[in-house]
Design a protein. Sequence first.
Length: 278
Amino acid sequence: MAVSYPQIVLFGDSLFQGAANLEDGFCFQAAVQQPAYKSRKFKFTNLPPEVLRRFDVVNRGLSGYNTSNALKLLPQIISPPGPGVPKLAYLRKKFILLGANDAALPRPVNNQHVPLDKYKQNLVSIITHPNIAAHNPKIFLVTPPPLDELKRSEVDLGVRKHCVSASYSEAVRQVAAENSVGLIDLWKALMYLAISKTPGFDSSKGNLGDPETGERGHLESLLPDGLHLSAEAFRVFYDVVKPHLGQEWEGTNDEERVGYVLPDWKVAPWLEEDELKP
């Protein structure tokens, strides 16, 4: 039987679906799977240990999905351990990024909106779902990023609001704290960077991307269409995820290859007929 790799699962909407894209020389999913090459000549001590030989990174980003879609179809996405279940279904870590679509305003056609209280309830139901709990993974909830309403109103006027989207990000913080799961605050990471790169912006008056301030600033580079992440934004996302990768092998000698699913080439077995004979 084939050997099983533990999984890091990226579960969410288009923001995770887009994490598989290569843009401006960067791909979030590839960076999680295989951090920048560590040569013997150059030591990058801030990089997490190699994930590739220890985990599979599985992308379950589903464009347009809200928490109701995700919860309804979760049994088709994550199976519980059991006979006949491929062992690759066993997961070690799960990053959940949902809410950007839940926060869209109600519409009679192509509606994605889920009310805030129901959104929080759905998040709790996802992170406590029996199919997930059976694997006992480390769960991280990710806040939806800021919404640049100034730009987004050019694309879908009246469908999304900055202040409404921010309330859904705050709900994620609350659910993470109340349920003792990890939190990746993508909203704060992107907003703080955008403000720091927008000279003269007075954050005491509000946020970038909010009609109340009327200024996009550096969000224009981070959220080109007002909603989805640029390569620069995905790099920021990776920087806040990176500390949670490789904790299992922290402090071990890299040469020992602790946690490798299959052995290092120096100790991997050979076919008997191919071994050198004394």
